[in-house]
Design a protein around this ligand. Structure first.
Ligand SMILES: O=c1[nH]c(=O)c2[nH]c(=O)[nH]c2[nH]1
Length: 319
Protein backbone atom coordinates (compact mmCIF):
# COMPACT_ATOMS: atom_id res chain seq x y z
CA UNK A 1 0.00 0.00 0.00
CA UNK A 2 1.16 3.51 -0.66
CA UNK A 3 0.01 7.07 -0.02
CA UNK A 4 -0.68 8.36 -3.52
CA UNK A 5 -1.72 11.90 -2.73
CA UNK A 6 -1.74 14.17 0.30
CA UNK A 7 -2.84 17.73 0.89
CA UNK A 8 -4.02 19.51 4.02
CA UNK A 9 -4.68 22.90 5.53
CA UNK A 10 -7.45 25.08 6.96
CA UNK A 11 -10.87 25.58 5.41
CA UNK A 12 -13.61 28.13 6.17
CA UNK A 13 -11.30 30.77 7.62
CA UNK A 14 -13.49 33.87 7.89
CA UNK A 15 -11.98 37.35 7.78
CA UNK A 16 -13.19 40.90 7.62
CA UNK A 17 -10.42 43.38 6.85
CA UNK A 18 -10.90 47.14 7.14
CA UNK A 19 -8.66 49.27 4.93
CA UNK A 20 -8.34 52.88 6.13
CA UNK A 21 -7.17 55.15 3.33
CA UNK A 22 -4.83 57.82 4.71
CA UNK A 23 -5.47 61.37 3.56
CA UNK A 24 -8.87 60.60 2.03
CA UNK A 25 -11.11 62.12 4.71
CA UNK A 26 -12.01 58.89 6.41
CA UNK A 27 -12.72 56.82 3.31
CA UNK A 28 -12.50 53.13 4.17
CA UNK A 29 -12.92 49.87 2.32
CA UNK A 30 -13.90 46.49 3.70
CA UNK A 31 -13.18 43.03 2.36
CA UNK A 32 -14.91 39.97 3.82
CA UNK A 33 -13.49 36.62 2.81
CA UNK A 34 -13.96 32.91 3.33
CA UNK A 35 -10.58 31.29 2.80
CA UNK A 36 -9.39 27.73 2.27
CA UNK A 37 -5.58 27.33 2.33
CA UNK A 38 -4.08 23.90 1.64
CA UNK A 39 -0.51 22.72 1.07
CA UNK A 40 1.41 19.86 -0.50
CA UNK A 41 5.04 18.85 -0.17
CA UNK A 42 7.31 16.53 1.80
CA UNK A 43 4.54 15.63 4.25
CA UNK A 44 4.12 11.92 3.47
CA UNK A 45 5.64 10.73 6.74
CA UNK A 46 2.97 12.54 8.72
CA UNK A 47 0.45 10.19 7.10
CA UNK A 48 2.51 7.02 6.90
CA UNK A 49 4.67 7.19 10.05
CA UNK A 50 2.77 9.51 12.40
CA UNK A 51 5.65 11.97 12.02
CA UNK A 52 4.33 15.40 12.97
CA UNK A 53 7.75 17.04 12.59
CA UNK A 54 6.80 17.84 8.99
CA UNK A 55 3.39 19.28 9.89
CA UNK A 56 2.76 23.01 9.95
CA UNK A 57 -0.35 22.89 12.14
CA UNK A 58 -3.56 23.86 10.38
CA UNK A 59 -3.96 26.31 13.28
CA UNK A 60 -0.71 27.99 12.15
CA UNK A 61 -1.95 28.05 8.55
CA UNK A 62 -5.07 29.86 9.80
CA UNK A 63 -2.86 32.34 11.67
CA UNK A 64 -0.84 32.96 8.49
CA UNK A 65 -4.09 33.76 6.64
CA UNK A 66 -4.88 36.39 9.32
CA UNK A 67 -1.28 37.66 9.19
CA UNK A 68 -1.37 38.19 5.41
CA UNK A 69 -4.80 39.85 5.77
CA UNK A 70 -3.12 42.30 8.18
CA UNK A 71 0.13 43.02 6.32
CA UNK A 72 -0.79 42.59 2.64
CA UNK A 73 -1.15 45.75 0.55
CA UNK A 74 -3.20 43.60 -1.84
CA UNK A 75 -5.99 42.52 0.49
CA UNK A 76 -8.77 44.17 -1.55
CA UNK A 77 -7.89 42.05 -4.59
CA UNK A 78 -9.02 38.43 -4.12
CA UNK A 79 -6.49 37.20 -6.71
CA UNK A 80 -3.49 38.98 -5.16
CA UNK A 81 -4.56 38.25 -1.58
CA UNK A 82 -4.84 34.53 -2.36
CA UNK A 83 -1.52 34.55 -4.24
CA UNK A 84 0.16 36.39 -1.35
CA UNK A 85 -0.98 33.69 1.11
CA UNK A 86 0.29 30.94 -1.22
CA UNK A 87 3.67 32.56 -1.89
CA UNK A 88 4.14 33.25 1.83
CA UNK A 89 3.44 29.62 2.79
CA UNK A 90 6.02 28.31 0.31
CA UNK A 91 8.66 30.95 1.12
CA UNK A 92 8.33 30.28 4.85
CA UNK A 93 8.40 26.46 4.73
CA UNK A 94 11.05 25.00 2.42
CA UNK A 95 9.61 21.46 2.56
CA UNK A 96 6.31 22.60 1.06
CA UNK A 97 6.10 22.60 -2.74
CA UNK A 98 2.57 23.73 -3.58
CA UNK A 99 -0.15 25.87 -2.03
CA UNK A 100 -3.82 25.91 -3.03
CA UNK A 101 -5.68 28.96 -1.85
CA UNK A 102 -9.38 29.43 -2.55
CA UNK A 103 -11.05 32.65 -1.50
CA UNK A 104 -14.66 33.83 -1.68
CA UNK A 105 -15.14 37.58 -1.41
CA UNK A 106 -18.57 38.56 -0.15
CA UNK A 107 -20.43 41.52 -1.64
CA UNK A 108 -20.33 44.65 0.48
CA UNK A 109 -21.27 47.77 -1.53
CA UNK A 110 -21.20 51.37 -0.32
CA UNK A 111 -24.53 52.75 0.87
CA UNK A 112 -25.50 55.72 -1.29
CA UNK A 113 -26.97 58.09 1.28
CA UNK A 114 -29.66 60.56 0.25
CA UNK A 115 -31.13 58.61 -2.63
CA UNK A 116 -33.90 57.00 -0.60
CA UNK A 117 -36.01 60.15 -0.19
CA UNK A 118 -35.50 60.30 3.59
CA UNK A 119 -35.55 63.84 5.03
CA UNK A 120 -32.36 64.70 6.89
CA UNK A 121 -30.34 61.92 5.29
CA UNK A 122 -28.44 64.49 3.24
CA UNK A 123 -26.62 65.55 6.43
CA UNK A 124 -24.88 62.22 6.61
CA UNK A 125 -23.97 62.21 2.94
CA UNK A 126 -20.23 62.02 3.09
CA UNK A 127 -18.97 60.65 -0.14
CA UNK A 128 -16.20 58.38 -1.24
CA UNK A 129 -14.94 58.83 -4.80
CA UNK A 130 -17.59 56.50 -6.22
CA UNK A 131 -20.42 58.49 -4.60
CA UNK A 132 -21.17 56.07 -1.75
CA UNK A 133 -20.80 56.60 1.96
CA UNK A 134 -17.21 56.60 3.22
CA UNK A 135 -17.52 53.71 5.63
CA UNK A 136 -21.04 52.25 5.53
CA UNK A 137 -21.91 49.27 3.40
CA UNK A 138 -24.85 47.09 2.36
CA UNK A 139 -24.76 43.39 1.49
CA UNK A 140 -26.58 43.61 -1.82
CA UNK A 141 -26.91 39.98 -2.78
CA UNK A 142 -25.47 36.52 -2.20
CA UNK A 143 -23.10 36.95 -5.13
CA UNK A 144 -19.45 36.21 -4.41
CA UNK A 145 -16.19 36.74 -6.22
CA UNK A 146 -14.50 33.32 -6.18
CA UNK A 147 -10.81 32.84 -6.82
CA UNK A 148 -8.62 29.72 -6.78
CA UNK A 149 -4.88 30.15 -6.82
CA UNK A 150 -2.31 27.40 -7.17
CA UNK A 151 1.25 28.38 -6.28
CA UNK A 152 4.12 26.02 -7.11
CA UNK A 153 7.75 26.41 -6.16
CA UNK A 154 9.85 26.69 -9.34
CA UNK A 155 13.58 27.02 -8.63
CA UNK A 156 14.12 30.32 -6.80
CA UNK A 157 10.64 31.61 -7.71
CA UNK A 158 6.99 30.67 -7.80
CA UNK A 159 4.58 29.83 -10.58
CA UNK A 160 1.10 31.18 -9.91
CA UNK A 161 -2.01 29.84 -11.67
CA UNK A 162 -5.15 31.88 -11.11
CA UNK A 163 -8.78 30.98 -11.80
CA UNK A 164 -11.28 33.74 -11.03
CA UNK A 165 -15.04 33.89 -11.16
CA UNK A 166 -18.40 34.67 -9.73
CA UNK A 167 -20.89 32.46 -7.91
CA UNK A 168 -24.50 32.80 -6.76
CA UNK A 169 -25.31 35.69 -9.11
CA UNK A 170 -29.09 35.26 -9.36
CA UNK A 171 -30.75 36.64 -12.50
CA UNK A 172 -34.17 36.42 -14.13
CA UNK A 173 -35.69 37.72 -17.37
CA UNK A 174 -39.44 37.67 -17.90
CA UNK A 175 -39.21 37.78 -21.70
CA UNK A 176 -36.66 37.41 -24.50
CA UNK A 177 -36.10 33.68 -24.07
CA UNK A 178 -37.50 30.84 -26.18
CA UNK A 179 -37.00 27.07 -26.31
CA UNK A 180 -38.19 25.31 -29.45
CA UNK A 181 -37.11 22.67 -31.95
CA UNK A 182 -35.74 20.22 -29.36
CA UNK A 183 -35.97 16.42 -29.73
CA UNK A 184 -39.60 15.24 -29.71
CA UNK A 185 -40.29 11.60 -28.95
CA UNK A 186 -42.33 9.43 -26.60
CA UNK A 187 -40.64 11.05 -23.55
CA UNK A 188 -41.42 14.61 -24.55
CA UNK A 189 -44.01 16.39 -22.43
CA UNK A 190 -42.53 19.89 -22.71
CA UNK A 191 -44.32 22.28 -25.04
CA UNK A 192 -42.33 24.53 -27.35
CA UNK A 193 -42.23 28.10 -26.04
CA UNK A 194 -41.38 31.24 -27.98
CA UNK A 195 -41.40 33.41 -24.87
CA UNK A 196 -40.68 32.20 -21.36
CA UNK A 197 -39.12 33.14 -18.05
CA UNK A 198 -35.40 32.45 -17.88
CA UNK A 199 -33.68 32.41 -14.52
CA UNK A 200 -30.34 31.10 -13.36
CA UNK A 201 -27.82 31.39 -10.57
CA UNK A 202 -24.61 32.13 -12.43
CA UNK A 203 -21.55 30.12 -11.53
CA UNK A 204 -18.71 31.45 -13.66
CA UNK A 205 -14.96 30.79 -13.68
CA UNK A 206 -12.24 31.89 -16.07
CA UNK A 207 -8.55 31.06 -16.27
CA UNK A 208 -5.36 33.03 -16.87
CA UNK A 209 -1.94 31.90 -18.10
CA UNK A 210 0.56 30.86 -15.40
CA UNK A 211 2.61 33.80 -14.10
CA UNK A 212 6.06 33.38 -12.58
CA UNK A 213 7.33 35.67 -9.82
CA UNK A 214 10.38 35.77 -7.59
CA UNK A 215 8.62 36.91 -4.43
CA UNK A 216 5.57 38.73 -3.10
CA UNK A 217 7.01 42.12 -4.08
CA UNK A 218 6.11 41.21 -7.67
CA UNK A 219 2.38 40.81 -7.02
CA UNK A 220 1.70 44.40 -8.17
CA UNK A 221 3.48 43.64 -11.44
CA UNK A 222 1.30 40.53 -11.84
CA UNK A 223 -1.85 42.69 -11.56
CA UNK A 224 -0.45 45.22 -14.03
CA UNK A 225 0.37 42.46 -16.50
CA UNK A 226 -2.73 40.28 -16.14
CA UNK A 227 -5.39 42.84 -15.12
CA UNK A 228 -7.49 40.67 -12.83
CA UNK A 229 -9.63 43.62 -11.71
CA UNK A 230 -10.57 44.53 -15.27
CA UNK A 231 -11.33 40.87 -16.00
CA UNK A 232 -13.68 40.71 -13.00
CA UNK A 233 -15.52 43.86 -14.10
CA UNK A 234 -15.82 42.56 -17.67
CA UNK A 235 -16.92 39.08 -16.58
CA UNK A 236 -19.75 40.41 -14.45
CA UNK A 237 -20.72 43.12 -16.94
CA UNK A 238 -20.74 40.80 -19.96
CA UNK A 239 -22.70 38.13 -18.07
CA UNK A 240 -25.39 40.60 -17.00
CA UNK A 241 -25.56 42.53 -20.29
CA UNK A 242 -25.80 39.44 -22.48
CA UNK A 243 -28.20 37.68 -20.15
CA UNK A 244 -30.47 40.73 -20.43
CA UNK A 245 -30.10 41.48 -24.14
CA UNK A 246 -29.39 38.20 -25.92
CA UNK A 247 -32.52 36.92 -27.62
CA UNK A 248 -32.04 33.49 -26.09
CA UNK A 249 -32.79 30.33 -28.05
CA UNK A 250 -31.60 28.25 -25.07
CA UNK A 251 -29.41 28.47 -21.98
CA UNK A 252 -26.75 26.68 -24.05
CA UNK A 253 -26.71 29.37 -26.75
CA UNK A 254 -26.61 32.24 -24.24
CA UNK A 255 -23.80 30.54 -22.31
CA UNK A 256 -21.64 30.33 -25.42
CA UNK A 257 -22.25 33.98 -26.34
CA UNK A 258 -21.16 35.13 -22.88
CA UNK A 259 -17.99 33.03 -22.84
CA UNK A 260 -17.06 34.06 -26.36
CA UNK A 261 -17.43 37.75 -25.50
CA UNK A 262 -15.26 37.60 -22.37
CA UNK A 263 -12.44 35.90 -24.29
CA UNK A 264 -12.74 38.50 -27.06
CA UNK A 265 -12.64 41.43 -24.62
CA UNK A 266 -9.76 40.37 -22.36
CA UNK A 267 -6.53 39.19 -23.97
CA UNK A 268 -5.34 37.24 -20.91
CA UNK A 269 -8.47 35.16 -20.34
CA UNK A 270 -7.78 31.65 -21.65
CA UNK A 271 -11.01 29.81 -20.99
CA UNK A 272 -14.41 30.62 -19.55
CA UNK A 273 -16.63 28.06 -17.81
CA UNK A 274 -20.23 28.52 -16.79
CA UNK A 275 -22.48 26.26 -14.81
CA UNK A 276 -26.03 27.55 -15.23
CA UNK A 277 -28.98 25.94 -13.50
CA UNK A 278 -32.17 26.49 -15.48
CA UNK A 279 -34.49 27.51 -12.65
CA UNK A 280 -37.92 26.65 -13.90
CA UNK A 281 -41.02 28.80 -13.53
CA UNK A 282 -44.13 26.93 -14.64
CA UNK A 283 -47.31 28.78 -15.73
CA UNK A 284 -50.23 27.87 -13.46
CA UNK A 285 -53.07 26.25 -15.42
CA UNK A 286 -56.22 28.27 -14.61
CA UNK A 287 -58.53 26.74 -17.21
CA UNK A 288 -60.63 25.26 -14.39
CA UNK A 289 -61.76 28.77 -13.42
CA UNK A 290 -62.12 29.95 -16.99
CA UNK A 291 -58.83 31.91 -17.18
CA UNK A 292 -56.18 31.50 -19.85
CA UNK A 293 -52.69 31.51 -18.29
CA UNK A 294 -50.99 28.91 -20.49
CA UNK A 295 -49.89 30.65 -23.68
CA UNK A 296 -46.79 32.82 -24.12
CA UNK A 297 -49.00 35.90 -24.34
CA UNK A 298 -51.41 35.06 -21.50
CA UNK A 299 -49.05 33.53 -18.89
CA UNK A 300 -48.74 35.91 -15.94
CA UNK A 301 -48.86 33.69 -12.86
CA UNK A 302 -46.01 31.21 -12.52
CA UNK A 303 -45.04 28.61 -9.97
CA UNK A 304 -41.32 28.79 -9.08
CA UNK A 305 -39.93 25.24 -8.91
CA UNK A 306 -36.99 24.76 -6.55
CA UNK A 307 -36.22 21.23 -7.80
CA UNK A 308 -35.47 19.76 -10.19
CA UNK A 309 -33.64 22.34 -12.28
CA UNK A 310 -31.84 22.05 -15.58
CA UNK A 311 -28.07 22.24 -15.34
CA UNK A 312 -26.23 23.57 -18.35
CA UNK A 313 -22.41 23.61 -18.20
CA UNK A 314 -19.90 24.60 -20.82
CA UNK A 315 -16.37 25.90 -21.28
CA UNK A 316 -15.33 28.26 -24.06
CA UNK A 317 -11.60 28.27 -24.75
CA UNK A 318 -9.25 30.46 -26.74
CA UNK A 319 -8.05 28.43 -29.74
O1 LIG B 1 -32.57 26.40 -22.45
C1 LIG B 1 -32.94 25.23 -22.24
N1 LIG B 1 -32.08 24.20 -22.52
C2 LIG B 1 -32.41 22.89 -22.33
O2 LIG B 1 -31.60 21.97 -22.59
C3 LIG B 1 -33.70 22.63 -21.81
N2 LIG B 1 -34.34 21.48 -21.48
C4 LIG B 1 -35.57 21.82 -21.00
O3 LIG B 1 -36.44 21.01 -20.59
N3 LIG B 1 -35.72 23.18 -21.02
C5 LIG B 1 -34.56 23.70 -21.52
N4 LIG B 1 -34.15 24.97 -21.73
Amino acid sequence: MALTSARYGKDLVRILRVVRHDGKEGVQDVAEYNVCALVEGAIETSFTQADNSVVVATDSIKNIVYYIAKISPHVLSPELFAAHIGVFLLSKYAHLSKAFVDVEKLKWSRIVVGEHGIAGAEEGKVKAEDGGHRHSFVRDGDEKQVVSVEVERKGEGYEVKVTSGVSDLLVLKSSGSAFTNFVRDEFTLLAEVTDRILSTSVDLSYTFPAYTLRDASELDAMETSVEFKRAAELARGITLDLFATHDSASVQATLFKMGEKLIAEHAKVQSVSYVLPNKHYIPVDMKYIGLDNMTAASAEVFMPVSAPSGRIAGTVSRK
